[in-house]
Design a binder for this molecule. Structure first.
Ligand SMILES: Cc1ncc(C[n+]2csc(CCOP(=O)(O)OP(=O)(O)O)c2C)c(N)n1
Length: 587
């Protein structure tokens, strides 16, 4: 069977827009006016008036199989393009299905707008079809929530939620708006539709306070062992971040939020000795990066007890979460770095030996990893090591590629060893299931760029049916399933910490390649390492495609060894947890 795509961008085929400007039409015009070229969603009567109008206006409608995937796809568009990603979901279960995606976007501060319908006003509170308190469900997760009931509120409230998602006056993140279906069908009079609302706002970017810059410069000049840790704001910096590293002699750690901004071979980059850099730096510069569990909450037990922090970010979320900065700059990272450099922030007395030792240790560790990858043999079950799969993938991932990782152990192996020029993964929400939707969205939004997703077999199951969406929309992504027939990182946890009482961690016998072919994608099972290069070539040529690669369950990942899966009490990693416990006055 040949599957064909009918992305509803076929505005020419659709009946022309109606003369009457309904509220739904105005919503669609607003989205078009704000540069929205594509929405992700699933149809439903409560939201069909908007669904219909966006398609008539030529906006692409990527129709998914579960609303959660729509939000993931909007999230990926936002992350990869900087635009606001829009999900259009119906009332009730449409929205509740979307909630995991909304929470994920909230944790990742992704620019996502969720548009929904709701029960018609005359039926409100009467037990109508699909009626739940939608705004209350999403309120804790969204930067702004608007429940529209009046025609003259439609455009101003859309403007407010769009701007909130964009984060032009604060941190970005998901925003939500809904309309009762009867309102969507009403006509919007000219007086109720000021065209000024239909265009995007001019984004204004604050300048740094000179006193705050002076304090930051003073702190940096005294630094002997400076470390920069970059979050999402670094993406704005381009070469400015490299200039800052070169100008200050700081060592550098990226995070998943800032992957790709600084080339991995930059002389200051020390990703393989992350813990040591955190422990030994005397000055830590966080760029638009929360001190969350991945950064030990900024703890004095993990970072040097007397380390001083310069925190850069637009809001208190990025400059004072868990730990106040000794200096704080409330501006975008690129503006902050340029101001600091031009104010002469270079350290006066850099400990060059420290940097050299750290870089040498990083090189040694990276060498060991390369050797471990080369030598990684099969497990006792005879199946290939995940590193063998990752090595084969690295051979085909070029600097143009977008790479997605999703899973437990396999995500941990990928984080250490997979080439990730542009990168998305489960994020701080640990959100299994993003792999297929993220990669599908990447392929749609960045056509021509190769897209690879490396996904655990467990994680794959959450969104596997979205392969159908990839096929229908012609999203040419390569999905590689690392199939160890289990929820392996949890299985290891049960083996080590629960006396081997294995409960609910087996996923035997699934054929993800056959699943793929049943949905019209190319599918191939790979058992032997020698088959990988050929299979990857075929998968790239015939994408969307699934390689179902059997990997060993005996390989133990760094995340498992570090204790992440076991969820320690005070910190995310066991060593950090123990250090925290030994602090005289933990607080
Ligand atoms: C939605 C969701 N459910 C459950 C978990 C808990 N969890 C974390 S890793 C993991 C196992 C993942 O298995 P798989 O994707 O097959 O990767 P593997 O560990 O086998 O490499 C589970 C269940 C989670 N993070 N997210």
């Amino acid at each position: 069977m040949t599957r064909q795509w009918f992305e509803s961008t076929n505005a020419e085929a659709a009946p022309p827009a109606r003369d009457r400007r309904t509220v739904a039409r105005a919503v669609a015009e607003f989205l078009v006016g704000h540069g929205v070229e594509r929405v992700y969603g699933l149809c439903g009567g409560h939201v069909l008036p908007i669904w219909d109008e966006v398609a008539r206006l030529g906006v692409g409608v990527v129709d998914v199989r579960n609303e959660c995937a729509a939000v993931y796809m909007a999230h990926a568009e936002a992350e990869l393009t900087g635009r606001v990603g829009v999900a259009l979901v119906t009332a009730g279960p449409g929205l509740t299905n979307a909630v995991t995606g909304i929470a994920n976007a909230a944790m990742s501060r992704a620019r996502v707008l969720i548009v929904s319908g709701r029960v018609p006003r005359p039926q409100t509170g009467m037990g109508g079809l699909q009626e739940i308190p939608q705004a209350a469900v999403v309120a804790p997760l969204c930067r702004r929530v608007e429940v529209v009931s009046e025609r003259h509120h439609v455009l101003p409230r859309l403007d407010a939620v769009f701007d909130a998602a964009l984060g032009s006056d604060g941190r970005p993140g998901p925003a939500y708006i809904d309309f009762p279906t009867d309102l969507l069908r009403e006509t919007l009079a000219d007086a109720e539709c000021d065209r000024a609302w239909l265009g995007p706002r001019r984004v204004q970017r604050p300048r740094p306070d000179p006193d705050a810059v002076a304090a930051a410069v003073a702190l940096l000049r005294e630094a002997r062992r400076p470390l920069v840790i970059a979050g999402r704001g670094a993406r704005r910096c381009g070469t400015g971040l490299v200039r800052f590293l070169d100008g200050t002699g700081a060592v550098y750690l990226d995070t998943a939020e800032s992957r790709g901004v600084v080339p991995p071979d930059h002389p200051g980059a020390v990703p393989a000795v992350r813990g040591r850099a955190m422990r030994e730096a005397d000055t830590v510069i966080t760029l638009d990066r929360r001190l969350d569990f991945q950064l030990a909450y900024g703890s004095r037990a993990v970072f040097a007890a007397d380390a001083r922090f310069l925190r850069v970010g637009r809001t208190g979320d990025e400059t004072a979460d868990n730990r106040r900065g000794d200096a704080e700059l409330h501006v975008d990272a690129d503006i902050a770095l340029a101001s600091l450099l031009s104010a002469g922030c270079a350290p006066r007395n850099l400990d060059a030996g420290w940097r050299e030792r750290l870089v040498a240790a990083n090189t040694e560790r990276a060498g060991k990893l390369a050797m471990a990858m080369r030598e990684a043999g099969p497990g006792a079950d005879g199946r290939m090591h995940p590193y063998t799969l990752i090595s084969a993938l690295n051979d085909v991932i070029d600097s143009d590629a977008v790479v997605v990782a999703d899973g437990g152990d396999i995500l941990s192996f990928a984080r250490v060893a997979l080439k990730t020029p542009s990168y998305l993964d489960c994020g701080p929400f640990g959100c299994l299931g993003v792999g297929v939707p993220f990669a599908t969205s990447a392929a749609l939004n960045l056509p021509g760029r190769p897209v690879f997703a490396l996904i655990g077999d467990g994680a794959f199951g959450f969104s596997a049916v979205e392969l159908d969406t990839a096929v229908r929309t012609g999203a040419r992504a390569v999905f590689v399933v690392a199939n160890n027939e289990g929820w392996n990182i949890e299985r290891h946890d049960q083996l080590q910490n629960y006396g081997g009482n294995l409960v609910g961690v087996e996923l035997p016998g699934c054929r993800y390649d056959v699943l793929a072919t049943s949905l019209g994608a190319y599918g191939e099972r790979v058992v032997a390492a020698a088959e990988l290069p050929g299979a990857l070539q075929r998968a790239m040529e015939r994408a969307p495609s699934v390689l179902d690669v059997l990997v060993t369950r005996d390989a133990v990942s760094a995340d498992f060894t570090a204790g992440l899966a076991g969820v320690p009490d005070r910190q995310a990693l066991r060593a950090w947890d123990e250090a925290e416990g030994q602090r005289p006055n933990p607080g």
